[in-house]
Design a protein around this ligand. Sequence first.
Ligand code: IPE
Ligand code: IPE
Ligand code: MG
Length: 260
Amino acid sequence: MFKGLFQTRKNTMPDTALDLSGIDLNNIPQHIAIIMDGNGRWAKAQGKIRTYGHQAGAETLKKIVRAADKIGIKVISAYAFSTENWKRPVTEVNFIMELLSRYLTNEIDEFKENNVQVRFIGSQEGLPEIVRQKMAHAVAETKDNTGIILNLAINYGGQAEILQAVKRIARDTAAGSIAVDEITNEVFERYLYTDGLPAPDLLIRPGGDLRISNFLLWQIAYAEIWTTDVYWPDFSEEHLLQAIRAFQGRERRFGGLVNK
Ligand code: IPE
Ligand code: IPE
Ligand code: MG
């Protein structure tokens, strides 16, 4: 579980020790979902253009994945680009696509070195060919890795995900490969992009907004939510640990009762 804790890493930022005080290492959330928000406002606050914030946000993701791996988190789902983000100016969208492409190229060695398995959720439709190629390459190169899973949401929308699942199930039902009464939660989940992943235990939203913005609508049914006003580029390992401490202080009931 604590694999990677004492691992030496090349080509990484300085490895400051994490302050694990107050953290129960036996109750680490398995899957953390992160809405990486606030890049634009972070840049604006410094008199810079919004894209500068996206660049900084990509660096934050690298740092947080490393820290998450060290503490034994199994899956990080990171919201990088939503189905609604196409509404932004084309220059910003193009910058984000180029950034994703560069990120996937530059990080591939680190993923391999640190046993990170990369997955993607979202629709490939509409993404630039180069981004699709880089995504396919990252998946192929890391598919046998057994460490932390970095699940990147690109052109992802929770409603679109549910809709594509419904359509495919309807087709399978019409074709007779599945009966209507066989459509259970478990079966439905196999049609979601997150097939094979556990549901997030904890959802983190930096940037101060208190909404879900179409992220993992089905999967977060019982996720604990933790938010902070800190913009994503300023989100540090310590914020991740704060979120985990808060998570560990919560009582998860899943609709039932907990006798204490
Ligand atoms: C999140 O930061 C990144 C993406 C949505 C691509 P924003 O770009 O939404 O930053 P703010 O929320 O405008 O500050
Ligand atoms: C959510 O942030 C999407 C990502 C972080 C990729 P947005 O900035 O798009 O969300 P809204 O528009 O504030 O709800
Ligand atoms: Mg935003």
